[in-house]
Write a protein that binds this ligand. Structure first.
Ligand code: NAG
Ligand code: NAG
Ligand code: NAG
Ligand code: ZN
Length: 375
């Protein structure tokens, strides 16, 4: 009796999808129906086949910047081995859900407030369609055109499949993709090979290049939270890093991404992102206090430069308001003391408060309302 129970259990466990079956952890399983099969069209059903997808530490999330906590222990990252020589060929695969670039394990990260070194496994992208939203994470409710995920696993584990199930097992570096005015050379390494992997399951080899160039220049400013894979099996083992600076691609490049790959049933892979999940009792940490002016990302809906300048000048405005507000209080107190002293002396000429000029307190014409609208 007991033997049979164990035997059944063993069979069941074997039937479960291996961790590596997800686009967020490694390569794809075979297409078609079965326990490994899932699609973005049936997101609401994920939790019935993959229980973790219904958990309370799911990804992506909306990052509400006003409630993030500044955490000074979130130091910059050290990237090693990211600059791959052209002799090192990398595999590029259309797994039916996204485009996956395999990375050698000598590519790694350390620092970034992570207690151990994490080794790279793969990177992949999420995107939308026709200039619509494509990012998984949102910032103050704002979606971006796309998102890159560089997936790493804890060096403590033998491989990504093992690590993907363990707390602290994975670390994903994420950055938002936005339309800019110039072509992004680094992304072109991937985009120019997409027609070789047009069909689901196709694989191509591309020459090594500097993978770091796919990420923002500024790796000091980022958000951190505990979350999950954003695709089934949704294991809740990911230390997420979301960079505050965005990556710019030309509009043409974003269109190539949106229109080159076929997935299930010969349909274009588009809108391959999951919507933000409930935060529950989690906290989102930030490695920075002030938005770096050069890194503050303009919303895609606004002209890029206008947005950038607005958020920068808003900050300067706030600072000025504090400084001048403080000066005003000091001046007012000094004046009151002066006036009182002079009123007590009948021979002294009375001070005329109405003539005393008040230092102008600069008021920002564009208030908080515009700021939140902009994000
Ligand atoms: C993130 O890393 C910390 C430190 O190793 C670990 O305690 C935590 O469980 C990790 N988070 C997740 C979701 O695995
Ligand atoms: C993630 O979870 C670990 C373990 O529960 C905790 O120590 C750590 O502070 C959490 N990290 C964040 C960013 O909340
Ligand atoms: C960067 O951080 C600033 C300040 O919190 C925020 O206003 C802006 O929306 C953030 N942008 C991204 C892409 O995280
Ligand atoms: Zn992803």
């Amino acid at each position: 009796m007991r033997f049979w129970t164990w035997w059944l259990l063993a069979l069941l466990l074997q039937a479960l999808p291996p961790a590596g079956a997800s686009e967020d952890s490694s390569t794809a399983g075979p297409p078609g129906p079965g326990p490994r099969h899932w699609s973005y069209a049936d997101k609401a059903q994920w939790a019935s086949n993959f229980p973790d997808c219904g958990g309370s530490m799911q990804s992506p999330i909306n990052i509400e910047t006003s409630t993030t906590l500044f955490a000074p222990q979130l130091k910059p990252f050290q990237l090693s081995g990211y600059n791959l020589p052209p002799e090192e060929t990398l595999s590029l695969q259309n797994n039916g859900h996204t485009i996956v670039l395999g990375l050698p394990a000598n590519v790694s990260i350390s620092g970034g407030g992570l207690p151990e070194a994490y080794l790279a496994a793969q990177l992949h992208l999420h995107w939308g369609s026709q200039g619509g939203p494509g990012s998984e994470h949102t910032v103050d409710g704002h979606h971006f055109a796309g998102e890159i995920h560089v997936v790493h696993y804890n060096s403590r584990f033998g491989g990504i499949k093992e690590a993907a199930r363990e707390p602290g097992g994975l670390a994903v570096l994420a950055a938002f993709l936005q339309a800019g005015s110039e072509e992004n050379e680094a992304y072109q390494h991937i985009l120019e090979s997409l027609d070789e992997v047009h069909e689901e399951g196709e694989e191509a080899s591309i020459a090594g290049f500097d993978i770091a160039k796919l990420l923002p220049d500024n790796l000091h400013f980022y958000f951190r939270y505990n979350g999950s894979l954003t695709t089934p099996p949704c294991y809740q083992t990911v230390n997420w890093t979301i960079f505050n600076q965005t990556v710019l691609l030309s509009q043409g490049q974003i269109s190539v991404l949106e229109e080159s790959l076929l997935g299930d049933e010969e349909e274009l892979i588009q809108g391959n992102f999951r919507l933000p999940q409930s935060l529950h009792d989690r906290r989102v940490l930030a490695s920075f206090l002030m938005p770096p002016t050069a890194a503050a990302a303009p919303p895609a809906a606004e002209p890029p430069d206008g947005g950038k300048q607005e958020s920068a000048s808003l900050l300067t405005g706030e600072l000025l308001a504090i400084v001048f507000g403080g000066l005003f209080v000091v001046t007012a107190v000094a004046f009151l003391l002066y006036a009182r002293k002079h009123r007590q002396r009948p021979d002294a000429p009375a001070a005329k408060p109405s003539r005393i000029y008040l230092p102008a307190t600069p008021e920002e014409p564009t208030g908080e309302g515009d700021a939140s609208q902009a994000s």
